[in-house]
Design a protein around this ligand. Structure first.
Ligand code: BG6
Length: 465
C-alpha cells in the first residue's frame, strides 16, 4: 500500500544545542555541564556534554549529510548559556551569534527549514543556584529577555519558533524523580515550576508577537504527549488514567492551546495544598497568548492503573503518582533496549484528540524514534548500520499518523529524533536514535540504512507499507 503525504510536508529530524554542539563558550555552565563536573559517574560511561556530536565545529558537514538524506527541515535549540553573556541584561556573546547565524544560513542555503526551540533542559547553573531556576518568576523574566534577543537576532530568517521542549520532563526530572539537576523531591516546587514554565511560554509568545517582523512567523511549544490507557474498566483504573492525562498531557497542552489549566487539575492541587502561586494578571497573560502551532514528541504510550496507596508511597511528599501507577500490559511489544513499549496507534489517538479537543490546531510530530544501544552490532561489511528495526518503527508510526491526517487532523510534519546520533543527558551515548551514526572517538559520521530509506520517502512524498 502507498500513502501520499501533503505537499510541503515537513520531513525532518530534531536535536538540541546542548546535545549536539559541544561546550563552545565556557563562560557559563548549564545544569548538565555542572552536574557532569561534580558527578561524572552519574553519566553513562562517564561521557559528558563537552564535545557532544561536535556540531559547533562540523555544522556544515552535518547539514550536508542531512541534505543527503533528503531532510527539508531541522529542529535544534539555541543555548541560553552560550548566547547570553549577562543574564540580567541579555547581552550576547558575539561568537555565539556568529555560530547561530551560520547554522541558520547554512540550512537555508541547503534548502532545509531551520526550526528553533528556545529551551531544551539547559538552565544556566548560575540562575539555578541564585534563584532556584524555574522556581523563580524573576528567571521567567530573564528567559523572556533571552527569547526576545533570539527573535531580534534570528527572526528575519527563522519562521517557526518553539518556547520549550518537554516542560514536563523538567518538572518530573528536576523536582520529583531525580533524573535532572537539582534532583529534588518536592511536590510543591514541582507544581510551581510547571506553572512558571507555562507562564514563561505565554510571555515569550507575547514578546514574539510584539517583535516578529516576518510575515510567516509562528510560535508554539513542544510537548511530550503520552496518551494514558487504563489497565481495565474498573473505575479506580479509569480515574487513575484520567489524572495521569491531566498531569502528563493536559496541564501544559491546555495552558498553551486553550489559555487555561484544567479545573479538575487545579482543584486537586488546591485540595492537596500544593496549588501554585498565580496572580490574576499572569493568568490573563496565559489566556491571551496561546500558541500558533504545536510540536508533539511521542515515543511510547502510558499504561496506567490505580495507585499503590501504601503508607510508604505517600510518605515522601506530594507526588502525582499518588493518583496513578504505571502498568506493564501483558503481551505488549517492547523496544527491549530502551524499555519502552512500542504502540504506534497512539499517534492516531493523539491526532484525533488534537482534532477534536484542541481546535484542530496545526501540529507536527516533533520527535519520534527508536533508541537502540550498541548499534554497532548491526554494522554490515560496508560499515553501514542496518537498522531495519528503525525503518519499521518509523513506517508504523507514519502509517497511524497518516490515518489520523486522512480523518482530518491538521498535522504538517514528522521529525525523527534525531538526525545524527547525539549525546543524551545521563544516558549520554547509550541509546542511538539517528539516521546517521557518530563514532564518538573519531567523530566520523555515517548514514545508516534508515537514512537512505528515508530519502526515498521524502523524494516520493509517499510511504510504502
Ligand atoms: C526526548 C528528549 O524526550 O528524548 C531528548 O527531548 C532526548 O532530549 C530523547 O535525548 C532521548 O532520550 P534518551 O534518554 O532515550 O536517550
Amino acid at each position: 500500500m502507498k500513502i501520499d503525504f501533503p505537499e510541503q510536508f515537513w520531513w525532518g529530524a530534531a536535536t538540541s544545542g546542548p546535545q549536539s554542539e559541544g561546550r563552545f563558550n565556557k563562560k557559563h555552565a548549564n545544569v548538565f555541564d555542572h552536574w557532569f563536573e561534580i558527578e561524572p559517574d552519574a553519566f553513562y560511561d562517564q561521557v559528558g556534554p563537552d564535545v557532544a556530536s561536535n556540531f559547533y565545529n562540523s555544522y556544515k558537514e552535518d547539514i550536508a549529510l542531512m541534505k543527503e538524506i533528503g531532510l527539508n527541515s531541522f529542529r535544534t535549540s539555541i543555548q541560553w548559556t552560550r548566547l547570553i553573556d549577562d543574564f540580567e541584561e541579555a547581552t550576547v556573546n558575539e561568537d555565539a551569534v556568529r555560530f547561530y547565524n551560520a547554522v541558520i544560513d547554512e540550512c537555508l542555503l541547503q534548502g532545509i527549514r531551520p526550526v528553533i526551540n528556545l529551551f531544551h533542559f539547559d538552565m544556566p547553573i548560575a540562575l539555578q543556584k541564585k534563584y532556584g531556576g524555574w522556581e523563580s518568576k524573576h528567571v521567567v523574566e530573564l528567559y523572556v529577555k533571552f527569547a526576545s534577543k533570539c527573535f531580534q537576532l534570528f527572526g528575519d530568517r527563522v519562521t517557526e519558533w518553539f518556547t520549550f521542549n518537554e516542560p514536563l520532563v523538567i518538572v518530573d526530572g528536576a523536582y520529583l524523580y531525580q533524573f535532572h539537576y537539582p534532583k529534588l523531591v518536592d511536590g510543591r516546587k514541582a507544581v510551581q515550576v510547571a506553572y512558571n514554565i507555562a507562564l514563561a511560554s505565554a510571555k515569550a509568545v507575547k514578546a514574539y508577537r510584539k517583535i516578529n517582523t516576518h510575515v510567516d512567523g509562528k510560535i508554539g511549544i513542544i510537548l511530550n504527549l503520552t496518551p494514558s490507557y487504563p489497565a481495565s474498566d474498573d473505575p479506580a483504573d479509569l480515574s487513575a488514567a484520567r489524572f495521569a492525562d491531566l498531569w502528563m498531557n493536559e496541564m501544559f497542552l491546555d495552558a498553551a492551546v486553550k489559555g487555561q489549566f484544567p479545573k479538575e487539575l487545579t482543584d486537586t492541587f488546591q485540595k492537596d495544598g500544593v496549588l501554585w502561586d498565580a496572580s490574576e494578571a499572569e493568568l490573563y497573560q496565559i489566556a491571551e497568548n496561546t500558541i500558533d502551532l504545536l510540536g508533539v514528541n511521542f515515543y511510547h504510550p502510558n499504561r496506567v492503573q490505580r495507585p499503590d496507596v501504601s503508607a510508604d508511597s505517600l510518605a515522601v511528599d506530594w507526588l502525582p503518582t499518588k493518583y496513578f501507577d504505571g502498568f506493564a500490559m501483558p503481551g505488549r511489544r517492547m523496544n527491549v533496549d530502551k524499555g519502552w513499549e512500542i504502540y504506534p496507534q497512539a499517534l492516531y489517538d493523539i491526532a484525533l484528540n488534537i482534532r477534536d479537543n484542541y481546535g484542530n490546531i496545526p501540529w507536527f510530530v516533533s520527535e519520534n524514534g527508536m533508541g537502540v544501544s550498541k548499534e554497532e552490532r548491526y554494522l554490515n561489511e560496508d560499515g553501514i548500520i542496518e537498522d531495519d528495526y528503525r525503518i519499521q518503527f518509523i513506517q508504523e508510526h507514519l502509517y497511524w499518523l497518516a490515518k489520523g491526517m486522512a480523518e482530518g487532523s491538521n498535522c504538517f510534519g514528522f521529525h525523527l529524533w534525531t538526525p545524527i546520533d547525539c549525546w543524551s543527558w545521563m544516558n549520554a551515548y547509550r541509546n542511538r536514535y539517528g539516521f546517521i551514526s557518530t563514532n564518538i572517538h573519531t567523530q566520523v559520521k555515517t548514514i545508516k540504512k534508515s537514512g537512505r530509506w528515508f530519502r526515498k520517502v521524502v523524494e516520493e512524498n509517499q510511504l510504502e507499507v
